[in-house]
Write a protein that binds this ligand. Structure first.
Ligand code: FES
Length: 159
């Protein structure tokens, strides 16, 4: 990766990590789940609200995490708004593939803007232990929208 691009990505992660967007609980959210990473003790809660057409009208999170997990949650909550639940979960699948396999095809269904934003975090695939940081909020959103109350990065059902 070019140094300038790497610097830009680090800047975005630091910005969202220090000043997370949508960092608040959402009362009466339709979907809500807890996500834990027992290896480091980090945990967060994700909230998703939709309208009657399953379009996401608001998304937020609270919790304690490292810069990468916080930045990822922050970016995710910004990106989810306006998407349908199906689109949100397709984005989750694509982002997960980007972080684990680097599969460019995973980005095929994404808008250019979404792909650009997620590319900032997809560099974690070079650091396997960080994949869990980058995907914790996304797994938590996926769990919430599939009727699960919580998800852990470790053990049965872990990510
Ligand atoms: Fe705990 Fe990143 S170190 S989620």
């Amino acid at each position: 990766m070019f140094d300038e691009l790497r610097d830009l990505y680090q800047e975005v992660i630091l910005d969202h990590g220090k000043s997370p967007r949508n960092f608040r609980a959402l009362e009466h959210a339709r979907f809500h789940a807890h996500g834990h990473n027992p290896m480091c003790g980090d945990n967060l809660q994700v909230f998703v609200q939709t309208d009657a057409d399953n379009c996401i009208t608001d998304a937020s999170f609270v919790g304690k995490g490292c810069a990468i997990s916080t930045a990822s949650a922050s970016l995710m909550t910004e990106m989810l708004r306006g998407k349908t639940l199906d689109e949100a979960n397709a984005l989750f699948e694509g982002f997960h593939a980007m972080c684990t396999t680097g599969d460019a095809a995973a980005m095929a269904g994404m808008t250019e803007d979404d792909a650009d934003r997620l590319q900032v975090l997809a560099g974690v695939r070079e650091f396997p232990v960080r994949v869990k940081c980058a995907t914790l909020a996304w797994h938590t959103m996926h769990a919430a929208t599939h009727g699960k109350d919580e998800i852990s990065t470790e053990g049965e059902g872990g990510i």
